[in-house]
Write a protein that binds this ligand. Structure first.
Ligand code: GDP
Length: 295
């Protein structure tokens, strides 16, 4: 499971701190050096780790903590609060349109889990009583449409496709169809590429301008560590995303992406995916994730 290395290292550092009883400033600084190393080893962005440790140290070396009865426990509590804040504080919900349909544009690099997560999200909305529809907008790979249909079937959600024509025309067609059939949420599975390129971004920008989605969710693979964060930054700079879905957290990812995405892009992780099955999708709760990391 993700975060094991980080969780172990942090727990060791805090155990040493607890064994000391009364703390000195240098004890705290030593522990924070260990925390910083653990974060870097978990592939957390360098500046994010540095700023994080600086903030925790500043709050910890004050007299309130140092002179308390359980100083080590107070330090761990501060780490917990700052980890939660780093990941965005509160859970961030999907922004629903005041007048349906809500349009959710999924984007991401090929292989990130975009199609799988479009279907997982559709399934979640269906279970919540909505009537979502998946829209096949990847017009470059005929196999992409078939894959979406397979996933749509697993989710029990209809898939709208018009073959390989202009994606904006497909989406307009889906909006008309959805209106007639009572679909209140349209989830757009856009094309991905192996790398970020201008052509892909221009197409996504054009869809954004013509369709004005309520949400632009970027799907990133947590296994790619710092690259996931770089991809998120590039998509956000070019497109202005509204949130991130972090996938493949069931693998042995070191977790750095979960901790850095928000700080680097300013955009929240809204969902996490941990598995290939339709049900493997959870809203992202920073406080819960922090407790998981701190054990
Ligand atoms: P796309 O190219 O971005 O649309 O990516 P896909 O949805 O086709 O996913 C690529 C591969 O990753 C597929 O084999 C999926 O089954 C797998 N996958 C997607 N999400 C997850 C996840 O959360 N965990 C794991 N282990 N595999 C995933």
């Amino acid at each position: 499971m993700a975060f094991e290395g980080l969780a172990d290292k942090l727990s060791e550092a805090f155990k040493r701190l607890r064994s000391k009883g009364k703390l000195t400033e240098s004890d705290v600084k030593q522990a924070m050096r260990e925390v910083r190393l653990a974060l870097l080893e978990a592939d957390v962005n360098y500046k994010v780790a540095k700023d994080f440790v600086a903030k925790v140290t500043e709050r910890s070396v004050g007299s309130e903590v140092m002179e308390s009865l359980t100083p080590a426990q107070q330090v761990v509590k501060i780490v917990d609060e700052e980890l939660t804040a780093l990941m965005g504080g509160e859970n961030t919900r999907i922004d629903m349109a005041s007048k349906p349909p809500t349009i959710i544009m999924m984007c991401g690099l090929q292989g990130s889990g975009k199609t799988t997560h479009a279907a997982k999200l559709a399934s979640l909305f269906k279970r919540q009583g909505h009537r979502p529809m998946l829209v096949a907008c990847d017009i470059y790979r005929p196999a992409a449409i078939t894959q979406l249909q397979v996933m749509g079937e697993k989710a029990g959600v209809p898939v709208f496709e018009m073959g390989q024509i202009d994606p904006v025309k497909i989406i307009k067609g889906a909006m008309r169809f959805g209106k007639d059939h009572g679909n209140d949420i349209l989830i757009l599975d856009t094309a991905g590429r192996l790398h970020i390129d201008e052509e892909l971004m221009n197409e996504l920008k054009r869809i954004k301008a013509d369709v004005e989605p309520n949400e632009i969710l970027l799907v990133v693979d947590a296994m790619t560590g710092q690259d996931a964060v770089n991809v998120a930054k590039a998509f956000d700079d070019a497109l202005g995303i509204t949130g991130v879905i972090l996938t493949k957290l069931d693998g042995d990812t070191r977790g750095g992406a979960a901790l850095s995405v928000r700080a680097v892009t300013g955009k929240p992780i809204k969902f996490i995916g941990a598995g290939e099955k339709i049900g493997d999708l959870e809203p992202f709760h920073p406080a819960r994730m922090s407790s998981r990391i701190l054990g």
